[in-house]
Ligand binder design. Sequence first.
Ligand SMILES: O=P(O)(O)OC[C@@H](O)[C@@H](O)c1c[nH]c2ccccc12
Length: 265
Amino acid sequence: MTSEVVRQILAETEARRSEMPSLASPIRVADPRDLPGRARALRSRGISPIIAEIKPRILKRPLLSEEVATIAQRYEADAGCGISVLTQPTYFLGSPENARVARRSSALPILRKDFILDERQLDEVATDLVLLIAAFSSPLEGLVEAALARDLEPLVEVHTEAELDLALKTEARIVGINNRDLSTLKVSLATFEGLGPLAKNSGLFVVAESGVETRRDVLRMEEAGADAILVGTSLMEEPGLLSVLNGTRSLRREDEGGDDQRYGS
Ligand SMILES: O=P(O)(O)OC[C@@H](O)[C@@H](O)c1c[nH]c2ccccc12
């Protein structure tokens, strides 16, 4: 079962397949950036690795290139671990250009977030990582291999144990466990707590995705084994929250409630 919104996105993507150019020249990013390496480096400094998302839908409008650049620079300055960029155009109001701008504007690894149904979509923009959704990106094994052949690190997203098993059968080294159920769009952090330890036992780099809003949520995901945590909505609403979520700035009680001072000085 899939939600109406997701069904619509999949139908649109499917319809675009007929216009996609053939595989003349598979794309290759010049100098791939290593997400797990950066996560390790941050962790050794006591910083929680947060993959911060650029998700225009939260602002209900597409972003100007300058805005994408500003957000990307802010995420890097606040010790983010990577940047996730929505490129899905209609529902999420993203674009491949946003991924290009984000990569130009910061030194962080860039994860492209879209609904990848066809190998040719991988050549639309050069990034460091690409999201493949186990429930939709089919055949998963083939798309994982196609990504790896381009030095494009696949992050395979799962929401159930069956999908995790599917991901484990591929060559993927990074798995994302989505706390949001794409059939109901409901979020529960307990999803990661159930599947995270299973994925970790398999030796994968494990990302907790969706529904994280507070420092407490971050610590809860780390407790359950998250190597990195992906956050979209709450950062788009308040970019300054990144330094609170990753623990580089603490939220002081006396500052709570004030607008600008909410996150301490
Ligand atoms: O906004 P949130 O709850 O912090 O979630 C971010 C991210 O996990 C979410 O945007 C996402 C997870 N998987 C996806 C697949 C497609 C589009 C978007 C997503």
